[in-house]
Design a protein around this ligand. Structure first.
Ligand code: ZN
Length: 379
């Protein structure tokens, strides 16, 4: 019996899908303005292992992932494109393709639905209209905001106080000082195009006037469009719990009236390098494309799986050298058998305990376990 740790309940619980033997999964995707680093790979390979394990257990999996190629801020994509003097769409296509190539090199199963936010704006407008109709949103000068005070259970995922939300929202460059908002934490659903807006910032038509959607409404719309008003599993990096996923819940449940929007919320730990979180702004990135020049894709996968998906960890190159040695030993001894399968399932049923699953593979190198964990097989 598969048990998963649910951020919403803070407990490990038995995985019971909404429909027998079918599982729906949504994972928040990249903002494509730069290259794929090991922190991204950890998140997406962790969910790749979840998808593979659900299939291994006989579930039919429908998996959606998005590309956040647009949002309500003058964001990194727009700033970078402006600096390079190229259309933002060109930058987005380039980095999305680079990401997909890196992930394919790591033997990633491409999601059933792979969606660009900018191509799903009508679906976002439908949701915003529903939120206005249901009294959860308000319009001021062509912008639309979610009235957080009307959603009495706002905060149920992060369990943050208002003070903590304000602190975190600031880091995410949420629009906290906008005087059109009834409360600083109200969520921007639609941002009106400003007079004299710089030409590199895109504008879309809507019933509220020209503008562009907020970051959080994008995922609500793409979840509902591809998987329905209720889904089994929603995943993403740990830093998306608030404001992004908290807002997704408020918007989706407010628009559809169906609760819960998501049965299981799964979040991956943060990857550190040189003591700090791996991030573009800190300049301490370890790029997947660079690692692939020196190490095999299977070694990188082995290193990633040697950390439980919820665990924050630090990258040391020496660990990757060890991972390469270990996977080579496994590969030399691989046998076409399912020995160790029961033990493997016990480990994976316990909230996808991949570090224990790797130890079983080390001891009993069976092809079935090797393949179930997504290693590239030449057997
Ligand atoms: Zn998202």
């Amino acid at each position: 019996m598969l048990k998963l740790y649910n951020t919403l309940t803070r407990k490990k619980g038995k995985f019971v899908p909404l429909k027998d033997k079918k599982a729906t999964l949504y994972v928040c995707g990249i903002t494509p303005y730069d290259t794929t680093h090991l922190g991204h790979a950890f998140t997406y390979i962790s969910f790749d292992v979840l998808v593979r394990y659900l299939k291994f257990k006989g579930y039919e999996v429908t998996y959606t992932q998005n590309v956040t190629d647009m949002n309500d801020r003058d964001n990194d994509i727009l700033a970078r494109a402006k600096k390079l003097n190229i259309p933002w769409t060109e930058l987005v296509n380039y980095w999305t393709n680079r990401f997909l190539n890196d992930m394919q090199a790591l033997n990633w199963i491409k999601p059933s639905n792979y969606l660009w936010a900018s191509k799903n704006i009508p679906e976002m407008i439908i949701l915003i209209k529903k939120l206005l109709k249901n009294g959860y949103a308000y319009e001021v000068s062509g912008s639309v905001y979610l009235d957080v005070a009307k959603k009495k259970d706002f905060g149920k995922l992060s369990r943050y106080s208002v003070a903590e939300m304000l602190r975190v929202a600031k880091d995410f460059e949420e629009d906290l000082t906008n005087s059109d908002k009834r409360h600083p934490l109200d969520i921007t659903l639609w941002r009106a195009t400003e007079k004299n807006q710089e030409p590199h910032i895109p504008s879309f038509e809507s019933p509220f006037g020209k503008g562009r959607p907020g970051w959080h409404i994008e995922c609500s719309a793409m979840v509902i469009k591809t998987l329905g008003s209720q889904i089994d599993i929603h995943g993403g990096g740990h830093d998306l719990i608030y404001p992004h996923h908290e807002s997704e819940i408020a918007q989706s449940e407010g628009a559809t009236g169906i609760v819960p929007f998501v049965s299981y919320w799964l979040h991956t730990g943060t990857v550190h390098y040189q003591v700090k979180k791996m991030s573009k702004s800190l300049g301490n990135l370890v790029l997947v494309s660079d690692l692939l020049k020196k190490y095999s894709a299977n070694a990188i996968r082995y290193l990633l799986l040697s950390h439980h998906y919820r665990e924050p960890w630090e990258f040391f190159e020496k660990d990757l050298i060890v991972a390469e040695q270990k996977i080579k030993v496994v590969e030399k001894r691989l046998v076409d058998s399912s020995e160790g399968k029961e033990e493997f399932e016990q480990a994976m049923n316990n909230d996808l305990d991949s570090p224990s699953a790797l130890k079983i593979l080390d001891r009993k190198p069976s092809l079935e376990i090797y393949k179930a964990l997504g290693f590239i097989s030449n057997f």
